[in-house]
Write a protein that binds this ligand. Structure first.
Ligand SMILES: NC(=O)C1=CN([C@@H]2O[C@H](COP(=O)(O)OP(=O)(O)OC[C@H]3O[C@@H](n4cnc5c(N)ncnc54)[C@H](OP(=O)(O)O)[C@@H]3O)[C@@H](O)[C@H]2O)C=CC1
Ligand SMILES: CC(C)(CO)C(=O)C(=O)O
Length: 288
């Protein structure tokens, strides 16, 4: 099959390399000529696993016909990209964290079949053609819009032993579960500049984390006890991690707060004191 991956960052290169290794004809669409040239020359190197995947690269907009496209940019990149993506006719998979992109997709009135998903992997981009796979998990996908019998079959051909892809019946449970994890862990670790595990080992941080989990579960209509069990398990598993928001704040970069906590605030009908506080604080910390 022919697979298009939009965005040559950590997740774009990870997805691109793994589907290519399953034998799919894979192209990563990037916005910089240098990255296009370097991927053309080296393929994508999976650091630590010591091999290079034969991936091609084109610039955004140089679309070639593909069976499916994966959008692997940050949520805040989508404003610029969605008008270009509108021209694609094949099914499109969005792999952003948070749920803010759902409102953007709806506003853009995309006509293609839309699949959304979560990525349980951890990855860091080392250079324009090298990615380090820091944590293994699976990719969970589900239809958001449209119905196409072929889509599920198509996604199942991307499922591999080293890179499992699972197709679920409903999108809301998978995105909501990940959104709660990111709403609890990312802003707090970013503001406090602590590793994920410290949200459990410090009883005061843990109390705040639990309050955030309660608020987020309330907005999404989920059971806070069950969600806390899940957040707890993910924090334990990633206890030595620096969350993506902690690293973004450390480096003075824009964060994904809007698509994560901003989404919850925009969809709430009650007061959310803890979520509002972390939202305002992250925004304040990343303003010039
Ligand atoms: N990294 C991880 O471990 C995980 C990430 N995720 C989620 O996956 C998504 C992607 O994250 P990640 O890969 O880490 O992010 P990165 O910052 O590593 O990559 C984003 C990529 O998008 C590219 N990009 C931005 N705008 C455009 C554009 N207009 N045209 C083409 N390319 C563009 C950037 O290009 P350029 O290089 O030129 O700036 C960059 O390569 C996020 O929503 C994140 O939350 C989910 C789970 C784990
Ligand atoms: C799961 C978690 C919190 C791991 O650090 C993550 O997704 C992130 O850092 O963005």
């Amino acid at each position: 099959m022919k697979i298009g991956v939009i965005g040559g960052g950590a997740i774009g290169m990870l997805v691109g390399a793994h589907v290519s290794l399953l034998g799919h004809d894979t192209t990563i669409y990037v916005r910089r000529k240098l990255q296009k040239q370097e991927i053309h020359k080296h393929g994508v190197i999976l650091q630590g696993e010591n091999f290079s995947a034969p991936v091609k690269s084109l610039l955004i907009g140089e679309w070639e016909k593909s069976d499916i496209f994966f959008v692997c940019v940050k949520q805040y990149h989508l404003n610029e990209l969605l008008p270009l993506i509108k021209k694609i006719r094949s099914p499109i998979v969005f792999l952003q964290n948070g749920m803010g992109h759902l409102d953007m997709i709806a506003a853009c009135k995309l006509e293609q079949d839309i699949i959304v998903g979560t990525c349980e992997h951890g990855a860091i981009r080392k250079n324009n053609y090298t990615v380090l796979h820091t944590g293994k998990g699976k990719v969970n996908l589900a239809m958001l819009k449209g119905y196409n019998d072929n889509v599920e079959a198509l996604c199942s051909t991307l499922n591999g032993k080293n890179f499992p892809v699972v197709f679920e019946k409903e999108w809301h449970p998978i995105l909501a579960k990940k959104l709660i994890i990111n709403a609890v862990v990312n802003p707090l670790t970013g503001i406090l500049q602590v590793k994920n595990g410290q949200l459990l080992s410090n009883p005061n941080f843990k109390r705040i984390a639990k309050k955030i989990c309660d608020e987020a579960s309330g907005v999404l209509g989920l059971n806070p006890v069950k969600e806390w069990d899940n957040v707890f398990a993910v924090i334990k598993k990633t206890k030595d991690n620096d969350s993506s928001m902690k690293i973004d704040i450390q480096n003075g970069r824009i964060t994904e707060i809007e698509g994560i906590v901003g989404y919850l605030i925009n969809h709430a009908s009650v007061d959310l004191p803890y979520l509002n506080f972390v939202y305002e604080t992250v925004v304040a910390l990343t303003k010039d």
